[in-house]
Design a protein around this ligand. Structure first.
Ligand SMILES: [Ca+2]
Length: 327
């Protein structure tokens, strides 16, 4: 799966041919600056002809410092017109985010004065039922946008999250507390319960997608301003020679709307089917449960997928303040 999924991300990124369909209008909500995949996900969102990137909103931790990375990346690819908005700051995660140093003195493009949640609401109101909100960090901004505009679920086209751990992953046969949920449990609960047309791309899928050395080298060898920037950020993120990027957030960005209706089969109102003809889609199932969808690996069989029912989707906080998804 890893190579195929990488193919979709990078082929979309580097595609010479124009997109055959109208670009998808996207807001990217990101905690860029901690893990490395956010920067690469932004690279995909801002350069692929399949997307019209309307705004970038910054969530979690030192949001102002994170925003400078997004501003600098957009500036690097001559996309300074895309607004970047800062979300409310929260206690930064433990550890040093060395990527922040890459942009700490950058001032050529600055965030807008609007808070992130307000920019999300304003943008969705400007393009009702046209905006796909892709959130690849903890969900403070999406939750705050909901608090500002409770009708948001009816105004967005869809919401795509990198979020959760449902049945297990490449690293663990059981669900584990997932970072984007753990960091903002109450906000995640609010978002999942809001009734968004929502797709989540959980650890179940993303953990299988890791960057191979030859793939990193292929991108680095392009030596464009963007690939040079991503390589610089990658080196700041690396803490050992054996570390490899897992493409969690890129997979959420590369997730796309269904281009045909799901089949009327399935059990207990839940449908699972393979998507499209693209290599990555051939390896993914989509499960549907009420308004919540999950992109799961192919190895998850239909019986397993059909276990999910709307009432079974819940975000639970454990006494240890850790959380997990349970079915
Ligand atoms: Ca992220």
């Amino acid at each position: 799966m890893r190579s195929a999924a990488l193919s979709i991300a990078f082929l979309a990124w580097t595609a010479a041919a124009p997109a055959q369909q109208a670009p998808v209008r996207v807001i990217l909500d990101t905690d860029i600056g901690t893990d490395i995949d956010d920067a690469w996900a932004l690279g995909l969102a801002m350069t692929s002809p399949e997307f019209e990137l309307l705004a970038v909103t910054i969530t979690d931790g030192d949001t102002a410092a994170r925003a400078r990375i997004a501003c600098k990346l957009l500036y690097t690819v001559d996309r300074s017109s895309v607004p970047v908005a800062v979300g409310r700051p929260t206690l930064p995660p433990k550890g040093v985010d060395y990527q922040l140093t890459w942009a700490e003195e950058f001032t050529a493009k600055r965030p807008v004065s609007l808070p992130a949640a307000q920019l999300i609401v304003d943008t969705v109101r400007r393009f009702p039922n046209q905006v796909t909100l892709v959130a690849v960090g903890p969900l403070q901004n999406v939750a705050d946008a909901l608090r500002l505009e409770p009708r948001l679920p009816a105004l967005v086209k869809r919401v795509v999250l990198m979020s959760g751990s449902i049945r297990g992953s490449a690293w663990n046969p059981a669900p584990v507390p997932e970072w984007n949920v753990v960091r903002a449990i109450a906000d995640a609960q609010l978002v999942y319960a809001a009734g968004f047309p929502l797709t989540t791309v959980p650890l179940d899928s993303t953990s299988y997608v890791q960057l191979k050395d030859e793939e990193r080298e292929r991108l680095r060898a392009r030596a464009t301003p963007l690939t040079r920037s991503l390589e610089a950020l990658y080196r700041l993120w690396l803490d050992g020679p054996s570390r490899r990027m897992t493409l969690h957030d890129q997979l959420a960005v590369a997730e796309r709307p269904l281009r045909h209706a799901p089949p009327a089969s399935g059990r207990s109102g839940v449908h699972a089917h393979r998507r499209g003809r693209r290599p990555a889609h051939d390896r993914l199932f989509r499960a549907e449960a009420g308004s919540v969808h999950a992109v799961l690996p192919r190895r998850t069989d239909q019986v397993a997928v059909s276990c999910y029912r709307p009432a079974a989707w819940q975000c639970t906080a454990r006494p240890s303040a850790r959380s997990s998804w349970r079915s």
